[in-house]
Ligand binder design. Structure first.
Ligand code: NDP
Length: 433
């Protein structure tokens, strides 16, 4: 590899590792201490200097606090126990290009339901702790999560280098690149599938508990407003659908393609709990009442968008499960039987759907994803950018993802992918992109 490519590889790994953790800390600090005002944050950083300002904010929570550790520890132990102990049938993920088939227990719905139930009964019902406990310790929790996750990704790096699973470990030999992208596709620790825990049962599962706690805090301080209710309902709707079809997640790029490293694991252990609920965090100190017409309209558009996104994911999976012999929106599915060669040189086949949602655009479901996120942010109205940070980030992420997926599929399917692109020319939104 020439020097230019090697430097590029190092920088693409190194820059996000150094930039994202302080960004998460600043997001959490701005949301809690500054009530969502980026203006106040910039003034502070201008007065103190960027690096010393960040250090002043970060150091007090760098290692978290005892309360934060307890909250994270109890939550993680419960989730690990749920994965193993809750009943559920066996589910096989897609076979990897190397011929490995990951196996899961289908108990995501029960785990989601019990997590919310336990939190609500223990706090609202039994008063073991305040339901606002997560809001009250949020900044410390993010500090603790950040520190632990960076260390955990280091563990994953060393595991990948020196004790990888028999299948699917790829190293570039460049520390920053391997730490950032990860080495193993399906690492296991202590019998637990790492990505199942970090992505689904920690990051996604923490999100609903966090927003319920934020809503409880608003209730304690100002009374609960319908702006907060709308935002929380839409986010709960999103997360409940995720767990309703958790097995669908095992067939997404996160699980099938991205390896267990900083990008995925730090992302789901820190970025998801910090940034995804940020619209609700902003609303804690901005009690906004929407009229009932507006409330109904936002709820309707938000719920439909999120539902459409999920139906689209389901449609693709269903067509593949039925071998293409099914109806899509009342008509026989229009499909391409795309052949590819796996790493063992064997010829395999996958179905590419070119009708239904997948005939509108190649990733029309991203439109539902973005619109849904906009709808749970818009109850904050337009006084600040803070509640729109997530949806802005999401749009950039998904545009980048479309292009990564395009590269992956071109490599995998060659002329079949070109034929699909001819049938469905737009990437996300027809006529626009
Ligand atoms: P997709 O669901 O878009 O799946 C992409 C894969 O699907 C491709 O790599 C290919 O895999 C297969 N595929 C592509 N085109 C077709 C087709 N026409 N017919 C059948 N299969 C096809 O991947 P994502 O992981 O990006 O998204 C999954 C869900 O997660 C989405 O709902 C998305 O909105 C959501 N998401 C949310 C994010 C967030 O942070 N909120 C971030 C990213 C995603 P194969 O190799 O199997 O052919």
């Amino acid at each position: 590899m020439n020097l230019k490519a090697s430097v590029k590889r190092t920088l693409t790994g190194m820059l996000p590792i150094f930039i994202c953790p302080p960004m998460a800390i600043l997001m959490a600090y701005t949301g809690t201490a500054l009530h969502g005002s980026f203006g106040d944050l910039f003034q502070f950083l201008r007065a103190e200097g960027i690096f010393s300002g960040i250090a002043m904010i970060w150091f007090p929570v760098f290692f978290g606090t005892k309360a934060a550790w307890m909250i994270i520890g109890i939550f993680a132990v419960i989730q690990l126990a749920f994965i193993k102990l809750l009943p559920g049938s066996r589910y096989e993920g897609p076979e990897t290009i190397e011929g490995y088939t990951p196996v899961y227990k289908q108990n995501g719905r029960a785990a989601f339901f019990l997590t919310i139930l336990f939190f609500c009964i223990a706090s609202f019902g039994l008063h073991w702790f305040s339901p606002a406990i997560i809001y009250d310790h949020f900044f410390e929790i993010v500090g603790a999560l950040n520190f632990t996750s960076l260390a955990f990704c280091l563990l994953l790096y060393f595991k990948g280098r020196f004790a990888p699973e028999p299948t699917d470990a790829i190293t570039t030999g460049n520390f920053f690149n391997d730490y950032f992208w990860g080495i193993e596709l399906y690492p296991k620790i202590g019998g637990w599938d790492v990505k199942h825990f970090t992505n689904s049962r920690f990051g996604m599962m923490a999100w609903p508990v966090i927003i319920i706690s934020f809503a409880a805090k608003q209730h304690q301080l100002y009374g609960l407003t319908n702006g907060m209710i709308v935002s929380v309902i839409l986010q709960l709707w999103y997360v409940s659908q995720f767990f309703w079809w958790e097995t669908g997640y095992f067939r997404t790029m996160d699980i099938q393609h991205d390896r267990a490293g900083f990008y995925l694991c730090w992302g789901t252990l820190v970025w998801v709990p910090t940034v995804y609920p940020s619209a609700a965090l902003y609303l804690v100190h901005h009690p906004i009442s929407l009229g009932w017409t507006l409330t109904g309209f936002i709820l309707f558009v938000g719920m439909s968008s999120i539902l459409a996104k999920n139906l689209s994911n389901r449609q693709r999976l269903h067509v593949r499960e039925t071998g293409g012999n099914t109806l899509v929106w009342g008509k026989p599915a229009r499909i391409i039987r795309a052949k590819y060669i796996n790493i063992n040189g064997e010829e395999k086949e996958n179905i590419l759907l070119a009708s239904g949602y997948w005939g509108i655009a190649r990733h029309f479901h991203y439109t539902g994803e973005i619109l849904g996120a906009f709808c749970w942010s818009v109850p904050a109205l337009f006084h600040s950018f803070y509640p729109y940070f997530y949806v802005t980030y999401l749009t950039i992420l998904l545009i980048n993802r479309v292009n990564r997926d395009d590269k992956k599929c071109t490599l995998k399917y060659g002329s079949y992918w070109t034929a699909y692109k001819k049938l469905v020319p737009y990437k996300i939104f027809p006529g626009v992109y």
